[in-house]
Ligand binder design. Structure first.
Ligand code: ADP
Ligand code: GN1
Ligand code: MG
Length: 372
């Protein structure tokens, strides 16, 4: 007998060779991009949990290349984790093959993948305990370290120019011009705010061109809810949401994590008085991150860690604003002004970071000294 799982999802599960009696289905609402459901099946002895994820093919146009990256990287990580005495089934994701022999499966125009659910773990959307954020920094720092020797040239670019901030600004300009949703006149203050900072958006690319910062294998979407924390120890056990693993700068990963996790409020709080950068949390994350990978970083990378938080926040705000102008076609939204609220929140955070940049810089250098 099957219970509590709708037929479409059940059919997808069977295509991934998930057997047993269907027990339950529930939805995760954390992410802005994919649709994620936990499904539970009983195989006669015990309940087994899986995640079934609808891949957003508007965002990820080539699921074949996307899954090739993810399966290759997770296979590589499995070996590294095992060599270090860890548990690969818990510390990285394990994807299921569908009956067509691939790691994704189309049902009509919907594209699905399936992977193991990691039990006794949780995600976090807002830091209550600064140790957790230090653990997050260590997890992303280790993730980067584990992938240092990964053959970067074999990775597909799943989203072109993902963290190319100047291109993101070009896209904002195009969106203003097109004015698809008829909203351009109402966001003059926000577009001016972004454009006043355009001259700073090329800084990391310029350092790269000068050979001062290297391309590395990076995660590129290091928000707090893309780490699973162990329920008992609160250690970061598994980095998830691997869709954007691509060659990038370590500064993208650092800056984006601060953007989300060190904000004194959530990303879509419309009360801008609540928005700020917590220097305490900034310090915690920096401690965790540098404890894991300080020795591998170049001086230019270290010197731009604080700046990267500003740049990634500015870029993200610009992306939310662009999507608002385009009529909300990229990020999931819950109400019509959602992307605008997010953009305003991010731009306020940029202003707050600007006020505290010198202090952030000092925090970085003090921690860095301990690890070299
Ligand atoms: P999105 O691209 O939409 O952000 P994610 O891959 O981050 O999708 O998944 C959305 C949410 O599902 C995560 O933030 C997390 O709460 C939960 N989740 C994803 N993978 C796992 C897993 N293997 N075990 C437990 N929870 C998970
Ligand atoms: C999206 O998928 P999710 O929710 O972890 C987005 C990130 C943004 C973030 C803003 C593939 O992340 O780039 O920074 O929303 N992911 C993609 O919260 O665009
Ligand atoms: Mg996510």
């Amino acid at each position: 007998m099957t219970v509590n799982i709708d037929n479409d999802v059940l059919k997808v599960c069977r295509c991934f060779n998930i057997k047993g009696e269907a027990v339950s289905q529930s939805v995760f609402t954390d992410g802005h991009i994919n649709t994620t459901q936990l499904v539970v099946f009983n195989d006669g002895d015990e309940d087994k949990k899986y995640l079934i994820q609808g891949i957003n093919t508007h965002v990820f146009k080539n699921p074949e290349e996307l899954m090739e990256n993810i399966v290759n990287v997770t296979s590589y990580l499995r070996k590294k984790i095992a060599e270090n005495g860890g548990d690969p089934n818990r510390e990285t994701l394990t994807f299921l093959k569908a009956e067509n022999g691939k790691y994704f499966y189309f049902e009509g125009d919907k594209c699905w993948r399936a992977y193991n659910f990691i039990d006794s773990s949780h995600t976090c959307n807002k830091i209550e305990n600064k140790v957790l954020f230090e653990n997050a920094g260590r997890s992303f720092g280790n993730f980067q370290r584990y992938l240092t020797d990964y053959p970067m040239h074999t990775l597909n670019e799943t989203i072109k120019n993902f963290h190319n901030t100047p291109v993101r600004f070009d896209n904002l300009e195009i969106a203003i011009e097109k004015n698809t949703a008829g909203r351009a006149d109402s966001v003059k203050a926000e577009t001016d705010f972004a454009m006043e900072r355009r001259c700073e958006t090329d800084r990391l690319l310029e350092l790269y061109r000068k050979g001062l910062i290297p391309l590395r294998v990076t995660h590129n979407d290091t928000k707090l809810n893309n780490i699973l924390f162990d329920d008992e120890t609160n250690e970061g056990i598994c980095v998830i949401d691997l869709d954007t693993i691509m060659p990038g700068f370590s500064l993208y990963d650092f800056g984006d994590a601060i953007r989300y996790g060190a904000n004194t409020t959530k990303e879509d709080d419309e009360n801008l008085d609540n928005v700020g950068v917590s220097l305490e949390l900034f310090e915690s994350y920096t401690e965790g991150f540098l404890s894991a990978c300080a020795k591998a970083l170049t001086m230019a990378e270290v010197e731009n860690l604080a700046f990267s938080a500003k740049l990634m926040t500015l870029e993200c705000g610009t992306r939310f604003l662009t999507d608002y102008l385009d009529g909300d076609v990229y990020f999931k939204t819950s109400y019509p002004e959602h992307n605008l609220v997010r953009a305003r929140n991010q731009f306020r955070l940029v202003s707050e970071i600007e006020k505290h940049l010198d202090e952030m810089q000092e925090i970085v250098m003090n921690i860095y000294k301990k690890y070299i």
